[in-house]
Design a protein around this ligand. Structure first.
Ligand code: GAF
Length: 386
């Protein structure tokens, strides 16, 4: 495999050592957006684009990192471990290492070389892929025997503490736990999950990348979280046992949130509706009724765009363009929002023509390139060579 050979070569040049190599994928999400941090359900899957980390332990207290794709290096002593402001990429690796120290693990210095095929800023969780790869690799070389779910939580913490994004658990869970040809129906409250088969005859997952740089995304993401929390507080003043939007109903919103604040109502109502939509959408998937699942995906997009307001004109444009196309079963924006990809379920034999037409129109009207990927559903984090 070419990536592995390249990684080994760079690792050897930098550190004259033989590394462990771990692959951890990006993810898609069929339906259930912005529900994970509201203790709802999600339906993600790992894909065939991944972060790869080559790592080995050192005899001293230094961390030496290389970003192969950027041709950049970064070093720090373990005693100085903290988020670094100036450069971004080391934070995902350092934040992951920091989780071992927090558990009380004795962490020696280590070397790591990173490369990734997950496009950055495309809403495919390139950062979760890196965190999961780093944590999995360290767990292996330190022989700490941490179970996978605990590693998922460590990766989520790394994102909170070193990237400042108060993400839910979906991305890291999908990256670590993915299974080829299955989506994961994950209950983000209990962390119970089941694998649902996702082999669609003649239909493919097409990702259309707006190439919009979503610089607003992390601050707006954290704002949405706070808005949801406010709604929960208002409802819980009247209804016992409410600590998230999971068990909140639209009737409760009508009584306790809408009269107080229209914006908070709109945000929380989207989430309440989306939690129900996922349940229905998943039943359609299990029964092979893709047409109805597709309608739910369009409905999710409308909610994200108009109520949760995390879309942008480019995402809306891409979804509107395929809305009445009989070859497109469902489409919506995916991930945190403000840019990144739309996810489309498309008849396989229509993809080439669809992409050609969309590209021309998109590039003319939005003055941005349109890139696309046909994603296959792949396994979660795994060792490639040791
Ligand atoms: C981002 C976050 F990281 C996830 O936890 C999730 O909330 C998603 O946005 C929206 O569904 O990818």
């Amino acid at each position: 495999m070419q990536i592995t050979e390249e990684l080994k070569k760079v690792f050897h040049e930098q550190f004259q050592a033989k590394p462990l190599i771990v692959r951890s994928p990006g993810r898609i999400n069929i339906i259930g957006e912005h529900t994970d941090y509201n203790e709802g359900l999600v339906l993600p899957a790992a894909i065939d684009k991944a972060a790869y980390i080559a790592a080995s332990l050192r005899d001293d207290d230094e961390i030496h990192l290389v970003a192969m794709d950027l041709n950049e290096k970064f070093s720090i002593n373990l005693k100085d471990l903290q988020p670094v402001g100036a450069v971004n990429w080391p934070n995902y690796l350092l934040g992951s290492a920091a989780q071992f120290l927090k558990r009380g693990t004795k962490l020696p210095g280590f070397n790591a070389v990173l490369t990734s095929t997950v496009p950055i800023g495309a809403g495919l969780s390139s950062s979760a892929a890196v965190e999961c790869a780093m944590i999995f690799a360290l767990n292996e070389i330190l022989q700490t025997n941490i179970d996978k779910i605990a590693m998922v939580k460590m990766a989520q913490q790394a994102e909170h503490e070193y990237a400042g994004v108060m993400c839910g658990i979906m991305d890291q869970f999908a990256s670590m736990m993915g299974k080829r040809d299955y989506v994961i129906k994950l209950d983000c409250r209990s962390l119970e999950y089941e694998y649902v088969p996702f082999k669609l005859d003649g239909i493919k997952v097409l990702l259309l990348n707006t190439n919009v740089n979503h610089s607003l995304a992390s601050s707006e993401y954290n704002t949405r979280r706070k808005e949801c929390k406010t709604a929960v507080e208002w409802v819980s003043e009247h209804v016992q046992g409410i600590n998230s939007l999971r068990n909140v109903t639209e009737e409760m919103l009508n009584s306790y949130v809408l009269p107080k604040d229209k914006l908070i109502d709109k945000r929380s109502r989207y989430v309440v509706q989306e939690i129900n939509r996922l349940e229905e959408g998943c039943t359609y998937l299990e029964n092979g009724n893709l047409v109805e699942l597709g309608k739910k995906m369009f409905a999710t997009h409308d909610g994200l765009s108009k109520m949760y307001q995390v879309s942008c004109k480019e995402l809306d444009w891409l979804v509107d363009k395929v809305r009445n196309n009989p070859d497109v079963i469902g489409a919506r924006m995916m991930g945190g929002g403000f840019g990144g990809c739309t996810i489309n379920l498309v008849k396989e034999n229509a993809i080439d023509e669809l992409v050609t037409t969309l590209k021309l129109d998109y590039e003319k009207e939005m003055e941005l390139p349109l890139t696309y990927y046909v994603a296959s559903i792949d396994n979660g984090t795994e060792i490639i060579t040791s």
